[in-house]
Design a protein around this ligand. Structure first.
Ligand code: ZN
Length: 156
């Protein structure tokens, strides 16, 4: 059995008997639902409602791995694409901000009370920390793992 589907269903308040479960659409105890623990999917033949082990797990605050074996590989590829896109995006923004910060510094030598220039510099110093963190994480194995984890949380 790949997924603890029976216990997840039980925990969610469904009565389970073997590969059948008692769906909420059924007033009696006809066990109209069937479950496939290998695929991690439960399905009711009466109301056609389907539940996955992942959904049930999430309701209980448990994060189960993806439904298909190939999924991990697909997600890793998507993560790599995202990382490359984000890195490109960030370095563009970083360059733009850095250039503006240089202008701001030049402007401030002549006009020291120029608010927009101060704001520009503040934005740069603030953003630089974020960029540093990102580059550190992206270049480091452990950092990439944490980036991946937080990315996964938003991508699913
Ligand atoms: Zn049902």
């Amino acid at each position: 059995m790949r997924y603890p589907l029976p216990s997840l269903l039980t925990a969610a308040g469904f009565a389970v008997r073997g590969n059948r479960f008692n769906c909420r659409c059924d007033g009696g105890s006809k066990y109209t639902g069937s479950l496939n623990a290998e695929k991690g999917v439960a399905y009711c033949h009466r109301c056609h409602h389907s539940l996955t082990a992942r959904q049930l797990g999430r309701e209980r605050g448990v994060n189960l791995p993806g439904c298909r074996i190939g999924r991990a590989r697909i997600m890793r590829q998507r993560f790599r694409d995202w990382l490359a896109a984000t890195a490109g995006d960030l370095s563009d923004r970083e360059r733009r901000l850095a250039r503006r910060a240089e202008w701001a510094k030049a402007a401030l030598t002549s006009f020291s009370d120029m608010d927009s220039a101060w704001n520009c510099l503040a934005a740069w110093y603030h953003a630089r920390r974020t960029y540093e963190l990102f580059w550190e994480s992206a270049c480091d194995k452990v950092g990439r793992f944490w980036l991946y984890r937080s990315w996964r949380k938003h991508a699913c």
